[in-house]
Design a protein around this ligand. Structure first.
Ligand code: PHE
Length: 344
C-alpha cells in the first residue's frame, strides 16, 4: 500500500503542474482531497491493516495529503498572478501609442513641385555627377581656360597630389549646367531636360550664401526656338510656383554659354515689393538666370547649330524655398533642429 500512496501523490503533483484553469484545479482538489476523494479511500482502508503498519501508513497518507494541499495552493497563486498580468496586456480599451509621422523637408517639397511642373511641360529629368570634369563644368560651356568668367563661379579645388589627376581636372561642380554637354553628347535633339542637383562654391557663408546649394538646371534644344519661348516658360513656371498674380521682370546679364543672357526677377514675396533686407531693399529678387544657348556649346557637342538652337535656365532651389516660406536666412534650412523644421 505504501507504494500505491506514493504513486498517487506523484500522479497528483504531475496533474496539478499541468493545470491551466481554476475550474480544472478545483476538480483536481475534489478528486484527491474531497470526501469521496482518492486520499480518503486510503484512509478508509487503514482499519483493515495489521496493527503494526497502521501508524506508518497513517503518517504517510497525512504527509502526502499535506504536500498535495500545499501544491494546490501554490498553483492557485500562480494562476492568479499570470491572469492578472495577462489582463494588463489584453486590455483593448487602452488607447495605443501614436507614432509621429515625419514629413518632407521644405526643400524636398519645393523640389518635387518644380519637377512636377516640368514633367507636365514634357521635360525629362537627368542626374549627373557632383564631382565633375573641368571639360563639362567649363570648357564645353564656352568658358575657355583662364577666361575671367570662371572667377564668377567661385570654384573649389581638390588636393590631387597622390592621384593621377592634374590640378583642376576634376572639381566639385559649380552648377548643374555641367550636364548640358553630357546630355547633348549622349542624345539627339529635340531635347527638353531638367537637372536637379547639388553644387559647390567657395562662398563666405552668410544669410544668403552657402558652400553647398541646390540648383535645377533646365534646357531645351529644338528648331526655331525663340527668346519669347524662354520668357513664356519662365513665366509659366514662376506663376505655377508663386501664384498667377506673381510679378516678373527680365534684365540682361552675361554667362559665356548663353547669348543673350537674361535674369528673371520675381517681385519680392517677403515684402510685396516694398523693399526689405531679403531683396536688399530693391523690391525684386533675382530668381532664374537664363538665356539662349550659345552656338559654340551646341557645336562642341556635335549638334549642328545651323539647324538647332535652344534656351537654358537655372532655378536656385533655396531661393524659391525662402521666398515661398519667407525665410530670410538660408542657414535655417540646413539645421537639424526639429523645432524649426516642424513649422513647415
Ligand atoms: N549655371 C549658371 C550659374 O549657376 C546659371 C545659368 C544657367 C545661367 C542656365 C544661364 C543659363 O551661374
Amino acid at each position: 500500500m505504501r507504494e500505491e500512496i506514493l504513486n498517487l501523490k506523484n500522479e497528483a503533483l504531475a496533474q496539478i503542474m499541468d493545470v491551466v484553469s481554476f475550474d480544472d484545479l478545483e476538480n483536481l482538489k475534489i478528486s484527491y482531497l474531497g470526501r469521496k476523494g482518492k486520499i480518503n479511500d486510503f484512509i478508509k482502508k487503514i482499519g483493515e491493516l495489521p496493527q503494526t503498519d497502521k501508524k506508518e501508513i497513517g503518517n504517510l497518507i497525512n504527509d502526502s495529503k499535506k504536500v498535495i494541499e500545499v501544491t494546490l495552493a501554490k498553483k492557485k497563486e500562480g494562476l492568479t498572478s499570470s491572469l492578472l498580468s495577462k489582463k494588463e496586456w489584453f486590455d483593448l480599451t487602452i488607447p495605443g501609442n501614436k507614432t509621429s509621422a515625419g514629413h518632407f523637408h521644405p526643400q524636398t517639397t519645393v523640389l518635387n513641385e518644380i519637377l512636377d511642373i516640368f514633367k507636365y511641360l514634357g521635360y525629362q529629368i537627368a542626374d549627373g555627377p557632383e564631382i565633375e570634369k573641368d571639360y563639362y563644368n567649363f570648357e564645353v560651356l564656352n568658358f575657355p581656360p583662364e577666361h575671367p568668367a570662371r572667377d564668377a563661379q567661385q570654384t573649389m579645388f581638390f588636393d590631387v597630389s597622390n592621384t593621377s589627376f592634374k590640378e583642376g581636372q576634376v572639381i566639385p561642380r559649380t552648377h548643374t549646367s555641367a550636364m548640358q554637354g553630357r546630355v547633348m553628347e549622349a542624345s539627339k535633339p529635340p531635347l527638353r531636360v531638367i537637372v536637379p542637383g547639388r553644387c559647390f562654391r567657395y562662398e563666405q557663408v552668410d544669410a544668403s550664401h552657402g558652400v553647398e546649394f541646390w540648383q535645377v538646371e533646365g534646357f531645351v534644344v529644338d528648331k526655331a526656338v525663340h527668346l519669347t519661348d524662354l520668357f513664356g516658360t519662365i513665366e509659366f513656371v514662376l506663376k505655377s510656383l508663386f501664384g498667377q498674380s506673381a510679378k516678373i521682370k527680365f534684365a540682361t546679364t552675361f554667362f559665356p554659354f548663353v547669348e543673350p543672357g537674361v535674369d528673371a526677377y520675381l517681385e519680392c514675396t517677403v515684402c510685396d515689393g516694398r523693399g526689405c533686407t531679403f531683396c536688399k531693399q530693391t523690391g525684386w529678387s533675382e530668381i532664374m538666370p537664363a538665356g539662349m544657348i550659345h552656338p559654340n556649346v551646341l557645336s562642341k557637342s556635335k549638334i549642328d547649330s545651323k539647324i538647332w538652337n535652344g534656351f537654358a535656365f537655372a532655378i536656385g532651389l533655396s531661393r524659391v524655398v525662402s521666398l515661398r516660406y519667407q525665410i530670410d536666412d538660408l542657414r535655417v534650412l540646413h539645421t537639424p533642429d526639429l523645432r524649426i523644421l516642424k513649422q513647415f
